[in-house]
Each structure stands twice: as C-alpha cells, then as structure tokens.
Design a protein around this ligand. Structure first.
Ligand SMILES: Cc1ncc(COP(=O)(O)O)c(C=O)c1O
Length: 385
C-alpha cells in the first residue's frame, strides 16, 4: 500500500483536476448544474457522494440506446468490462446493490430453498426479507466473527437429503462487511467456504458492494475475490462516486436468468447509458483513490479514539465505528454533531458509524474530529454544570 502522504496527494490531485476541468469546461451548463448545498461534513455514508464535473461530462456525452432491446452501447460496454474485470462469463447492470443481491438469490435458488447468511449481513438485515418475499427462500443465519462465515458454519447447516427438510442451496458472503466496520473477509476464508460449498453442491454469492475497497486495501485483485463465488455484485454508487448502479457478474446462464427477472421486477432500463457512463468513468478514475478514503478513515479513527468515553477499532477500509460508553448517548452525540455541521449515523444502541468518501477531504476529517470532541466534552459535562 502507498504511504499516507502519497494517498492524500493523490486525492488532492483528483480534486485539483476537478477544479481545473470545471474552469476549462466547454459546456458550462453541465459543470454548473445545480447541486443541493451539502451539510458541512457528511460522513453518514459513501453513497452520498455527488457526481464530479468530469463524471457529469461523461454522462452528458454517453452514447445511448434502448437497453431492454440490448441496444445501449454504453451499458453493453460496462457489462463486458465488468465481466472481464471479475473473470466471469457475463454481467448485468442493475439499479442498486439490493437488486443485484436479490437477483442473484433468485437466479441461484428455487422457492423453498434455504440460504445461509451471516447474521449481520446486508442481505439478512437490510433488504426487507427480500429473499423470502421475492424468491420464496428461507434464511438460515449464523453469526460470524467480524462478518466472516466459517466453512464450519456451512458444514453445520447442511442436512442429509430428506423429504422433510428444506434444501440449503446457496451461501452468501459480504466483503467488505458493512456492520463489521468495513472489515475485509480474508481471501483464504472465502476460498475455503467456496470450496466446501462447491464440493457439497451449494452455490455461493458474494455481496461485494464495497469489494473495490477490499481490493485496494489488501492489494488482492478483484478477480481473485470473485473467483471465490459463483456470482458477485459490486456497487458503483458507494466509494466509486457514481449516482446509480451496481453490477451482477456470474455464469452466462445465471446472468441470463437474472436479466429476465430484472425485467419482471420492473428493473429493465431504457437509455441507461447515461448511468453506465458514470460507472465507466468511476472505474477509470475513482478506484485507486479509495486508498485516500482509507487513510482518512484511519485519521478519523485516531482522532475519535482520543475522546473520553469513546472506543474505536482501527478501520481496515473506509468505515469507522465509534463505541460510546455511558453516559454518552448515540442520539445526543449525533444531534450535537449536527449542530456543529457534521453528520454521522446511529449503528446500534451505543455505536456511531462514519464513512470516508470522495466528497470529504482532509479539512473535513479535521473538522469532524473537532466537532466530535466538542460534542463529547459538552455532553460529558452535562446540562447546567
Ligand atoms: C454490504 C452492502 N450490500 C448491499 C448494499 C445495498 O446497496 P444499495 O443501497 O445500492 O441497494 C449496501 C448498501 O449500503 C451494503 O452496504
């Protein structure tokens, strides 16, 4: 991994380039397109990023066609590039990470099947029971250490063929793991899980909404991760800064099935090249710079850890989780932060989450640390004292 200073310089260079392209714009209407004024420092998620001027130009210049007819050249280019990038036969552009995950479950199972999920996974916690509602599947949940599902968990969940029992046909992993604070699931653990799954006729899906972060932070390339699953979903609308879009990659027959179901669910898009262009731009310009976010997350964690009553583990990627000790209360800290121009989110009764991203620079991180310290100190003093 590059040295910290190098990472920060890279980000400054990106921001400098953004400013320069803005000044030299040949289509000022696009570059000065109205954006709502963001709060001072918004660390609620890496999904809040707004398209850069250069990304907006890529969107405006995109060649488009009707993608439901298979005519959109930019969507086709993105799908081909992502199939290659993940080492899979085919890829499908979808509106969201949730849709990519849900389509994977649908395409890899039949109603009544059981799906093994980590208890804190996005698919289990944050997709509205979609595997049951959309695909008639039953969730078999097992708690993993820092989001990691061990092969033993799969071995323990499998049952002998029996007409009374649901068939466990799919296991899903998540990397990086959101609720585990952006933890990277080690490659060898995923590989072992996948090998056991394959040997037992169970398919595997990887929720890689932030797989780019895992890849940049670990130096392990994306195809090595995606080889650990039949299907993989990656998002463009998180750290990569695109406004919309995720990709589902996998075997051609599975992606074909997902394409049909996407249409049934109303997810067939027409001139979607304007969205795919943003994703292609993000692939060209916003992957390596994720290292800047990781460096800033570490700086933020170091700063928050200094605050009395606050425990912060060292972040592995762009997510920082702060644990509060009584008398600090999550809602009170968040309110006080917001009053100081900084936004984070509740992530449990005593936990706050902050994510570093494209729209937050070094000054933003410094302001967030100062605001957090101010909030914690004011609340520790208590009212009227
Ligand atoms: C790990 C993970 N998977 C999937 C998703 C869903 O992505 P989307 O919000 O695009 O539906 C998220 C969203 O934050 C996520 O963190």
């Amino acid at each position: 991994m590059r040295a910290n200073g190098g990472q920060i310089r890279t980000c400054r260079a990106v921001r400098g380039a953004r400013a320069a392209t803005l000044a030299a714009a040949d289509s000022p209407g696009i570059d000065s397109a109205p954006m709502t004024t963001p709060p001072a420092v918004d660390l609620r998620s890496d999904t809040i990023t707004r398209p850069t001027p250069a990304m907006r130009r890529a969107i405006a210049g995109a060649a488009v066609g009707d993608d439901v007819f298979g005519d959109d050249p930019t969507v086709l280019a993105l799908e081909q590039r992502c199939a290659q990038l993940t080492g899979k036969e085919a890829a499908l552009f979808v509106t969201s990470g949730t849709m990519g995950n849900q389509l994977a479950v649908n395409a890899l199972t039949t109603p009544g099947d059981e799906v093994l999920l980590e208890a804190e996974s996005h698919i289990f916690l944050y997709e509205q029971g979609g595997i049951a509602a959309n695909s008639g599947c039953l969730a078999h949940i097992v708690r993993g250490a820092r989001g990691v599902l061990a092969p033993e968990a799969l071995a323990g969940a499998l049952r002998a063929e029996d007409d009374h029992a649901a068939r466990l046909t799919l296991v899903c992993a998540e990397n990086t793991h959101n609720r585990a604070g952006g933890a990277i699931v080690p490659l060898e653990r995923l590989r072992a899980l996948h090998e056991l799954a394959r040997s037992r006729g169970v398919r595997m899906h990887l929720d890689g909404a932030r797989l780019w972060n895992a890849s940049v932070a670990s130096g392990v390339p994306v195809p090595a991760w995606s080889a650990c699953a039949d299907t993989v979903m990656l998002s463009f609308s998180k750290g990569l800064g695109a406004p919309v879009g995720s990709i589902l990659a996998g075997p051609a027959d599975v992606v074909r099935r997902a394409r049909r179901v996407r249409k049934r669910w109303g997810g067939g898009m027409r001139q979607a090249g304007i969205l795919a262009a943003a994703c292609l731009h993000a692939l060209d310009h916003h992957v390596e710079r994720l290292a800047d976010d990781h460096a800033r997350a570490r700086t933020l964690a170091d700063g928050l850890r200094e605050c009395p009553g606050v425990t912060v583990a060292a972040p592995e990627t762009n997510i920082v989780i702060a644990e509060l000790a009584p008398p600090l209360e999550v809602e009170a800290v968040l309110e006080s932060l917001q009053a100081r121009g900084v936004r984070m989110v509740a992530f449990g009764p005593r936990r706050i989450r902050a994510i570093a991203h494209l729209d937050v620079d070094d000054d933003g991180i410094a302001r967030a640390i100062e605001a957090f310290r101010g909030a914690v100190e004011a609340l520790a003093e208590g009212p009227g004292r």
